[in-house]
Design a protein around this ligand. Structure first.
Ligand code: 5GP
Ligand code: MN
Length: 323
């Protein structure tokens, strides 16, 4: 029923507003790109609206698409809104959440995060999917629209897959994921160019920041199999920090033999952003939600605290037994 209604909406609405979460990652960018490419294939007008500026390394994927950063003063088309890769209005940030929640026309969610809030009329939420781009591909199949798949769309879909699965290694990867890759490659997609564009674009200072973080800032709690890395504003400044420079750093902890939980703390002007990663039987989303106003997936979650880095680190250390 949802799919029938969605197909009717896609056909009848000519002006699509495509949104994703704040601090868009590869899956968020890949999803909006794929959905924008679908709009183009169907001859629709569309606009991709981000809550904030995407990281520089992801911007090349947006070349050729209509996109902008949300402005509260602007009047946006109000035909239909797509909420891609997020499960609650709060995920688009304070300045945009009311716009999404109060959007006066049909809202459509395509997402894979647990516990979706019921803010969309049409909800395609598949929490078993490895990425939102996998949800999108499955949806194209259900709607009998796979014949519209082209290389630009495949590029977005593959970007989401590779980044949300740690290059096809997480438990969320299934036979279906690989079947999807077959279809993507058949469009002529050059997958290696996507890996290179995401993983071979380090600046020297980014690599040096990473080296410093591992050499000087890794704190290990061997008995708990937990490792923490934290970076202060001052340290970030020293290494000419750019948005996205610490992406993936938290995974370093999980690559240490025997370690099951990694936490990365990033100090910002507003407070401290926390990233949690885990494996095995350890889950982090409930902890992130309970103690750090966040959430996410069982093995990858995030949160926020408005204290200083020293305060939040101490707060976290006091809670390690709960993790
Ligand atoms: P990251 O550590 O890469 O920022 O986020 C990891 C995962 O946790 C992402 O899939 C994201 O959806 C989720 N996440 C990150 N921050 C938050 C947050 O503040 N609230 C919620 N609900 N989820 C978050
Ligand atoms: Mn995702």
């Amino acid at each position: 029923m949802t799919y029938t209604n969605l197909l009717a909406q896609l056909k009848s609405q000519d002006n699509w507003l495509i949104t994703t979460h704040k601090g868009p990652d590869g899956d968020a960018i890949g999803s909006v790109v794929a959905w924008g490419a679908l709009a183009q294939q169907l001859g629709k007008k569309y606009l991709i609206v981000f809550p904030d500026q995407p990281a520089a390394y992801l911007c090349p994927f947006l070349n050729g698409y209509n996109w902008e950063v949300f402005s509260p003063e602007k009047h946006y088309p109000q035909n239909i809104l797509f909420a891609l890769d997020y499960n609650a209005p709060g995920r688009v940030g304070e300045h945009m959440s009311a716009f999404v929640a109060d959007f006066p026309a049909t809202k459509v969610m395509l997402d894979h995060h647990p516990d979706p809030a019921a803010f969309c009329e049409l909800m395609i939420s598949d929490t078993a999917a490895c990425s939102t781009t996998e949800v999108i591909f499955k949806t194209l199949e259900k709607l009998d629209l796979v014949h519209l798949l082209n290389e630009p769309m495949a590029k977005g879909l593959y970007l989401g897959l590779v980044t949300d699965t740690g290059s096809f290694r997480f438990p969320s990867v299934s036979a279906y994921t690989h079947q999807m890759v077959v279809a993507l490659l058949q469009t002529g997609l050059q997958h290696f160019l996507i890996h290179e564009a995401v993983y071979d674009v380090n600046s020297v200072t980014r690599l040096q920041l990473r080296g410093y973080a591992i050499a000087e800032k890794l704190e290990l709690f061997a008995d708990k199999r937990i490792g923490l890395i934290s970076l202060s504003k001052e340290e970030l400044k020293r290494f000419a920090y750019q948005k996205g420079d610490t992406e993936g750093l938290v995974n370093v902890v999980l690559s240490i033999e025997g370690y099951e939980v990694g936490v990365f703390l990033l100090e910002t002007d507003e407070g401290v952003k926390l990233s949690f990663r885990s494996k095995g039987g350890r889950y982090v989303n409930a902890f992130a939600q309970k103690y750090f106003a966040g959430g996410g997936h069982q093995y990858a979650a995030g949160g926020f605290s408005s204290g200083t880095l020293t305060e939040v680190l101490q707060e976290l250390k006091n809670l390690l037994d709960q993790l």
